[in-house]
Design a protein around this ligand. Structure first.
Ligand code: PLP
Ligand code: COI
Length: 344
């Protein structure tokens, strides 16, 4: 038995029983291998290490009120990994292989699947890397696909704890016509410098603008942006943001709950008219934002602040959406969309 205080979990690494590996070589995938050691043997010349030939996914498994285990929309993650891999020119696992490895990872790590009622879950991190030795800048011929997992709790602070974020106008995470819409490790490397400075100033996340014109809101370093105005759910339309599966689900949920839904370019000045704002994504779920500071230079003190609701409580509409989505994931309410995949 593992000794974990589930309700105190944060979004950090915990060693589990196993990780799964599958290699692509000579045009075919190997058998799935289960390993207790989560270190790997890799050529120091692997494309992943030099040219960021790497893409990954993030999804969660939940232990429900009814004792059943649910995976949230894994086929969407498989499809997004396939898109990312295509961009990198490497071979992705099929949807069947992806889902088989998700299910097996959960089954082999049941000790680490948090109990119902703790708001924790088992985070799965499917990771695809270019593995053959290479020197020239090109797509890798051989790949290693790994299914990693770790039990997790809230990404920042506590569940539903509102956060303060910053728009850092002198930094971008993505380029126009670049790779912001794919889930590549390199995108996160591009966000680290601004995130580290913002973090030292007390901000929990960086909100990036569209890199071409710096006029519209794009997304956060590890999540999408949404806002509520009256009865409307509003979220950015942009070619340089990651198509979030959580956000897509929230749009459907909002419409189902009788709200209007708008996916459109959002000008920064519009922030002044929003009632609620937040981050959404697998890791952050819904994290309410109570203040957005807009800084022309992250390093300077010049700032325009936008405030939403209270710093102590999640806004009413965001809370309603949070309860609906997590209710489906933990089996508290019926899943009208068939989003959950049960693990027998
Ligand atoms: N945007 C970025 C940059 C992310 O890293 C993530 C996390 O996966 C998201 C958005 C949210 O996507 P999803 O809801 O599919 O997890
Ligand atoms: C996720 O939400 O799954 C992410 O990948 C975000 C981040 C932790 C990289």
């Amino acid at each position: 038995m593992v000794n974990i205080d589930w309700s105190k979990l944060t979004f950090s690494y915990t060693k589990t029983n196993t990780m799964l590996c599958c290699s692509f070589k000579d045009g075919k995938w190997s058998e799935i291998e289960s390993r207790t050691d989560d270190s790997i043997r890799l050529s120091a010349f692997a494309g992943a290490l030099h040219y960021s030939v790497e893409c990954f996914e993030g999804l969660k498994a939940f232990r429900g009120k009814d004792g059943k285990i649910r995976l949230f929309r894994p086929e969407e993650n498989a499809a997004r990994l396939q898109r990312s891999a295509k961009f990198l020119g490497i071979t992705p696992p099929s949807t069947e292989l992806f889902i088989e490895m998700c299910e097996r990872a959960v089954k082999e790590n049941l000790d680490f699947l948090p109990p119902y009622g703790t708001w924790a879950s088992l985070y799965l991190r499917p990771t695809l890397i270019g593995s053959n030795p290479q020197l020239g800048v090109k797509s890798s011929r051989e790949c290693l696909f790994m299914m990693l997992c770790s039990p997790v709790g809230a990404y920042t602070g506590g569940n539903l704890e509102p956060i303060k974020v910053v728009i850092a106008r002198n930094y971008d995470r993505a380029a126009p016509n670049g790779c912001g819409c794919y889930k590549l490790g390199g995108n996160y490397a591009a966000s680290l410098c601004s995130f580290n400075i913002a973090s030292s100033q007390g901000y929990k996340a960086v909100l990036y603008l569209d890199p071409a014109t710096k006029t519209y809101i794009d997304e956060f370093n590890s999540s999408n942006f949404f806002a509520i105005k009256g009865n409307t759910y509003i979220t950015p339309k942009s070619d340089s943001i990651l198509p979030s599966i959580t956000n897509k689900s929230l749009e459907q949920a909002a419409a189902y709950l009788g709200m209007e839904v708008e996916r459109r370019p959002i000008r920064v000045e519009e922030l002044a008219g929003f009632d609620e704002a937040g981050e959404c994504g697998t890791a952050v779920v819904i994290t309410p934002v109570y203040q957005i500071d807009d800084k022309p230079y992250l390093e300077s003190d010049k700032v325009t602040s936008y405030k939403f609701g209270s710093a102590d409580a999640c806004g009413e509409k965001s809370l309603k959406l949070y309860r609906f989505i997590t209710g489906i994931q933990y089996g508290d309410i019926e899943d009208p969309f068939g989003w959950c995949r049960f693990i027998e």
